[in-house]
Design a protein around this ligand. Structure first.
Ligand code: 13P
Length: 259
């Protein structure tokens, strides 16, 4: 998308489809081609932002398929480093050159694999440098939720980002609140619980960091059955959807529920 992307997009809700590694390259392309008309309709809706985040191998091809539809492209991760001797990694700069506008950073599946708070902060820095809007995932494990310590846990995750975010207060970013126990489980917090948590996140970002150019999304078991209820999150700024977004018809249904 053009440079205009950064002028107005933060005021609209973002619906981002994290396709993880659910499909192969060929399966991903087939799905996009099959549902291209529907994708065109979603991309044409000027009141929302819609982003597809396929696995890295499919970024270029998906980007070509959705070119000129108004759908944004995003990646699921990027390197913490500048271009250099980093076998197997993908630079944020390359993602931008491939047409990405977004990149997920710090997803709990990456945190579980190897990403520390320090690496995540470095990746956020790389995303900013490349002109990408990161979708930074934070979220508590179930034991922490059960102890009622969600806000303290998230505050620690945000503190680890404080220095990089403070250095880029004019850059756009998204926080995705994804409770680890809600991902892929069919369980979600209630909308009032999510609203409270989001308000705590917003307060930290505004008062401790001085950020204003951000959206806070919810992610974790969003589907077409619960999307209507989850739209009661206050304020509603979007969803990061995993499994239910694989079926573009269902993803469209989730989006329509909140229009
Ligand atoms: P599910 O929607 O499959 O629970 O996944 C959420 C997620 O991890 C999005 O990043």
């Amino acid at each position: 998308m053009s440079g205009l992307f950064f002028c107005s997009f933060m005021s609209k809700p973002l619906f981002a489809a994290n396709w993880k590694m659910y499909r192969s390259y060929a399966q991903t392309i087939e799905q996009c081609k099959k549902d291209l008309d529907l994708l065109r309709r979603l991309g044409a809706n000027a009141t929302i932002d819609v982003a597809l985040l396929p696995s890295t191998d499919a970024l270029s091809a998906v980007g070509q398929i959705v070119a000129a539809t108004g759908i944004y492209l995003g990646a699921q991760d990027c390197s913490a480093h500048d271009l250099g001797a980093y076998t197997g990694q993908v630079a944020a700069q390359s993602l931008r050159e491939l047409g990405c506008s977004f990149v997920i950073i710090g997803h709990s599946e990456r945190r579980a694999a190897s990403d520390t708070d320090e690496i995540i902060a470095q990746k956020v820095g790389q995303a900013f440098k490349a002109g990408l809007a990161p979708i930074i995932c934070i979220g508590e494990p179930e034991a922490v939720y059960n102890l009622g310590q969600t806000q303290q846990f998230l505050t620690k995750q945000l503190q680890a980002l404080q220095s990089i975010l403070s250095a880029h207060t004019t850059h756009h970013f998204n926080i995705a609140y994804e409770p680890v126990w809600a991902i892929g489980s069919g369980k979600t917090p209630t909308p009032p619980e999510i609203s409270n948590t989001i308000s705590c996140i917003r307060n930290f970002l505004e008062t401790e960091i001085g950020s204003s150019q951000f959206r806070i999304l919810y992610g974790g078991s969003v589907n077409q059955k619960n999307a209507g209820e989850l739209k009661n999150i206050e304020p509603f700024e979007g969803f990061l959807v995993g499994k239910a977004s694989l079926d573009i018809q269902e993803f469209a249904h989730i989006i329509n529920m909140i229009e």
